[in-house]
Design a protein around this ligand. Structure first.
Ligand SMILES: Nc1[nH]c(=O)nc2c1ncn2[C@H]1C[C@H](O)[C@@H](COP(=O)(O)OP(=O)(O)OP(=O)(O)O)O1
Length: 166
């Protein structure tokens, strides 16, 4: 039995660029990542996604503009924790990204992504996201650098995936 923890992860897109943030503290420190964090008990997943994006990058999005593009699960060798990460993307947003306590944001060209300084799983699933696919990715880690095994499955729709899963 694993303890499941729910997280959000948001990517803003602008033509051939994507906004990433350099994490200055905590989980994933010193890595480029999307913006997100834990879903609090008093909020919906989409509300958490909007809040974390704003807290970490100062960018604003409307909940209805966030498209759920993926579901990621991370498990860890010898640790009974399952990270359930809901991934959202949009090209409709307001603001200019600013550095916050947690993140330094930067627009990257999608052909020049800093994979060597990102979570190792990102290089495996970013191509799906960049091709506009919906997908479910499951990654089993040993420590934080080694993926012992993984699966990535394209989906017709994320709504159908969540409706059908047990
Ligand atoms: N292997 C991985 N690959 C990836 O691309 N993103 C990952 C990942 N593992 C976790 N994430 C994302 C999910 C989430 O957006 C973030 C982790 O959330 P945090 O720990 O920063 O949560 P909080 O911001 O709520 O934390 P606090 O610092 O306690 O406020 O990292």
């Amino acid at each position: 039995m694993s303890l499941t923890k729910l997280f959000t992860l948001v990517f803003l897109r602008k033509e051939d660029e994507i906004l990433l943030g350099f994490k200055k503290r905590g989980f994933g420190m010193n890595k480029w990542n999307g913006f997100g964090g834990k879903v609090e008990p008093n909020e919906t997943i989409v509300e958490a996604a909007v809040r974390e994006l704003s807290e970490e990058s100062t960018m604003s999005v409307k909940p209805s503009d966030l498209i759920n593009i993926a579901h990621l699960e991370f498990t860890f060798h010898d640790e009974p924790v399952l990270m359930d990460v809901r991934v959202f993307a949009t090209n409709t947003f307001e603001g200019t990204p600013k550095e916050t306590e947690e993140m330094t944001p930067k627009w990257f060209n999608i052909k020049e992504l800093p994979f060597s300084n990102m979570w190792p799983d990102d290089e495996l699933w970013f191509p799906y996201m960049l091709e506009g696919k919906k997908f479910v990715g499951k990654f089993h880690y040993k420590g934080f650098d080694t993926i012992l095994h993984h699966t990535i499955e394209e989906q017709e729709s994320m709504e159908a995936f969540y409706a059908n899963r047990k």
